[in-house]
Design a protein around this ligand. Structure first.
Ligand code: GRF
Length: 205
């Protein structure tokens, strides 16, 4: 059984999508060992409690980044977590934290990276006038929204879209993309060359 740890700060729809995928057998042989929020009032942590997941608030307010990260990492390790999934976790991770879980931290971002990193990516894309946007699941490295890409899904921008309708269609794709990416990483059948993550086929050994 592979133990997944979820870090979130908000609504938690990606967490719920992952939980539903596990429950439906779309992510086999895995469980969510712990859900941690850095914000006491995150709706996602209330959902986690309601669904009887191990749910913790480790408040970040007023703490130095690495001090907070050490508390979070200690809890993840205590719960035997081997894969950390950021699901709307609105806090930068310290290099120290990233090094604790090499190639074992995933993030989802609501744009086709490297376009529109940072906050409010859907609004940025909409305002820029792109015709295609989407979402990206990537490994987390020391830079913001930067590590090797695992899965991307494209979403066409319609003429009658606004920021909200576009974000909603991107979110649907996020939920699919995260499950795919978790399966790729847990299966371990990939290699990373430079920035490129390539699936290893049977022939490529
Ligand atoms: C998602 O759009 C995700 O891509 C971004 O933060 C948002 C989190 O949404 N990183 P939710 O809390 O999972 O509903």
């Amino acid at each position: 059984m592979r133990n997944i740890g979820i870090l979130l700060s908000g609504r938690g729809s990606n967490f719920v999508a992952i939980a539903d995928s596990i429950a439906a057998g779309r992510i086999p042989d895995a469980r969510i060992a712990v859900v941690i929020s850095n914000k006491p009032d995150a709706p996602g942590i209330a959902v986690a409690c309601k669904r009887s997941f191990e749910a913790l608030v480790i408040a970040s307010k007023g703490k130095a980044r690495e001090d907070h990260d050490r508390e979070v990492a200690a809890s993840l390790k205590q719960h035997g977590v081997e894969l950390v999934c950021l699901a709307g976790y609105m806090r930068l991770l310290s290099p120290w934290f990233v090094q604790q879980f090499p190639r074992r931290i995933l993030n989802i971002h609501p744009s086709l990276l490297p376009a529109f990193p940072g906050l409010e990516a859907q609004e940025q894309a909409f305002a820029y006038g792109v015709k295609i946007s989407g979402c990206t699941v990537h490994f987390v490295d020391e830079e913001l929204d930067h590590g090797a890409i695992i899965v991307q899904k494209a979403v066409h921008v319609r003429d009658d879209d606004n920021e909200r309708t576009l974000a909603a269609r991107i979110l649907e794709q996020e939920h699919l993309a995260y499950t795919e990416a978790i399966n790729v990483v847990l299966d371990g059948k990939f290699e990373i060359v430079g920035r490129r993550m390539k699936l290893r086929t049977q022939n490529s050994g």
